[in-house]
Design a protein around this ligand. Structure first.
Ligand SMILES: [Cu+2]
Length: 163
């Protein structure tokens, strides 16, 4: 009797060890598939579907404000989350600030320049040095590979005057 109990215990142990191994293998397989899909999406420039109902807006300054430089720009987002660039988590992305209306192709990964500023660490505000005069600001929220969502998620374009 004692012997039987021992055998059952051992076979239970073996069964759970096999289950753990299968889990581990399928996790590894899933990770490999995900990595392959990510590489393909990046190479092919596939846009990520925009999180439903997400909105991007500039909290401050407000359209028409007169401000002094440096200007604190606060980024607003609802219906989606912020994640650092390169981190693929569903329904997340990072902010990009377009300064003075640069031409950008919203179907491709955004370039980086003085006028297209990436916030790849997941920042939600910045301090911006601007020359005196009128300037426009617009946010574009893009996915882990800097590519705008489909449909694209952007704020209204605001105009401010720097003293
Ligand atoms: Cu970016």
């Amino acid at each position: 009797m004692k012997h039987t109990i021992k055998l059952i215990a051992i076979s239970t142990l073996l069964l759970s060890a096999t289950a753990v191994q299968a889990d581990w293998k399928s996790d590894l397989k899933d990770a490999a598939i995900q990595k392959g899909n990510n590489t393909a999406a990046e190479k092919l420039g596939l846009a990520t579907t925009a999180p439903a109902g997400a909105k991007v807006y500039i909290i401050s300054p407000k359209n028409g404000d007169t401000v002094s430089s440096p200007v604190t720009v606060q980024f607003g987002l609802s219906g989606a989350g912020v994640a650092p660039a390169g981190t693929q988590v569903e329904n997340t992305g990072h902010h990009h600030l377009l300064i003075d209306d640069p031409a950008v192709d919203l179907t491709k990964a955004l370039p980086a320049s003085d006028q297209v500023v990436h916030f790849g660490k997941g920042q939600t505000e910045t301090s911006l040095k601007l020359k005196p005069g009128k300037h426009t600001l617009q946010l574009i929220f893009a996915d882990w590979k800097h590519q705008p969502f489909n449909p694209s998620l952007g704020s209204d374009k605001i105009t401010i005057t720097v003293k």
